[in-house]
Design a protein around this ligand. Structure first.
Ligand SMILES: Nc1ncnc2c1ncn2[C@@H]1O[C@H](COP(=O)(O)OP(=O)(O)OP(=O)(O)O)[C@@H](O)[C@H]1O
Length: 277
């Protein structure tokens, strides 16, 4: 890997009472690349995400995010609100967390709440319809419509998010995260529950977010067809520690990785070994 890392995780520790969920984990995610974090169930992947995105305060170690302009943010010291606002880290969750009764467009407007609240002068300018507020609102609608189009959901902009098919809801969540204009996009199992066609569409979307949009992506994923096809770098965890990292091809052929998956779940082990990068 080059040294242009957007994220550096150094000696990360996370303990829950007597359980050591993440044990002295170090890895980096390169700027404008897709880094995948994989490993059998319970390996500690989501805990790492929760530390990066401020849901958990790590028991030890450092997590640094380096912006394009050289500014470095110490994520382990910030709460989740500041991490999304100052560090520009956005995430999606294993379970879909949209507002089901709001339309697809409204879900993307809610994501821009911080920008709109500032533009509204904490509601006053919004109430009187000040020009600065109106132009901020127009920009927010434009950004929302751009991302709806990018994920193929513009025709369904006015449909309730909860009425969309499952695969569409997953893409809408990614669009919502992108409306916050993140420097780093963290996706927790975005392919969970998708069929092969939907996984293919997800791959294309993530490659375009990395390629055309230039956003760095950190991905937890069990679907090896996604991991092997789109990742630039793969970090493999087992029992809270890193057991391997490298290109998709290198980790797929690594005996330690195969052993970890064999010990965990036969179906997953076969998926790793049969996957083609
Ligand atoms: N809030 C918590 N309190 C106590 N233990 C926890 C907590 N969160 C995670 N753990 C434990 O930490 C370990 C790692 O869990 P984690 O969810 O990070 O694994 P994972 O690799 O994301 O698993 P999966 O692929 O199944 O989502 C597990 O043993 C889990 O039970």
């Amino acid at each position: 890997m080059s040294n242009d890392n957007i994220l550096s995780v150094d000696h990360l520790m996370m303990r829950f009472g007597g359980i050591v969920a993440v044990n002295d984990l170090s890895f980096a995610a390169e700027r404008r690349k897709i880094t995948a974090l994989i490993g059998p169930n319970g390996a500690g992947k989501t805990t790492v995400f929760n530390c990066i995105t401020g849901f958990y305060r790590p028991s030890g170690g450092a997590i640094r995010l380096a912006h394009d302009d050289g500014r470095v943010v110490k994520l382990e010291r910030l709460n989740d609100f500041r991490i999304s606002r100052q560090a520009k880290v956005a995430r999606t969750f294993q379970n879909i967390r949209l507002f089901p009764g709001m339309t697809a467009l409204e879900n993307l407007m809610v994501a821009q709440h911080n920008v709109l609240m500032r533009a509204s002068g904490l509601t006053f300018l919004g109430l009187i319809g000040a020009p600065s507020w109106r132009s901020a609102e127009e920009r927010a609608i434009e950004l929302a419509r751009t991302w709806l189009a990018r994920v193929g959901l513009l025709p369904r902009a006015d449909d309730a998010a909860g009425n969309l098919p499952y695969g569409d809801q997953r893409r809408l969540e990614i669009a919502r995260a992108m409306c916050t204009e993140p420097a780093l996009l963290c996706l927790d199992e975005p392919a969970a529950g998708l069929n092969a066609r939907e996984s293919g569409a997800l791959n294309e979307l993530l490659l375009s977010i990395r390629g055309e949009h230039g956003t760095s992506i950190l991905l937890i994923e069990h679907d090896m067809s996604v991991v092997m096809e789109i990742s630039d770098h793969v970090v493999v965890m087992d029992y809270g520690v890193k057991i391997a990292e490298g290109t998709p091809q290198a980790v797929r052929d690594d005996p330690k990785v195969i052993a970890a998956y064999l010990g965990a779940d036969e179906e997953e082990a076969i998926a790793v070994m049969e996957s083609t990068p």
